[in-house]
Write a protein that binds this ligand. Sequence first.
Ligand SMILES: [Zn+2]
Ligand SMILES: [Zn+2]
Length: 104
Amino acid sequence: MSPSGPIQVSRSQGLSIRWPDGHVSSYGPQYLRDHCPCAACVSRPAPAAASPFVMLQPALKIAAAEPAGVYALHLEFSDGHNSGFYTFEHLRTICPCAECAARR
Ligand SMILES: [Zn+2]
Ligand SMILES: [Zn+2]
């Protein structure tokens, strides 16, 4: 499934995609980073158990977004990570809205 219409990209708010069935998916930069499909991220071990300390980081932003063929998006993040190619199929699968989360 490919988006219907332009994909809205905001460096601080992330992506907003409208699908042919009328559904709209919105993804924050950190959410996209957490769901990066690249080999390094997919094989990354699960985060360690919650620590009492939280290292505060500057809010992650999208540094660049560009089409990769007709079926995917290439995203670069403000932390320098840029090996993620997000197929639209993947993006639709990870839609963070309550409706889609309930279906997963
Ligand atoms: Zn990655
Ligand atoms: Zn959804």
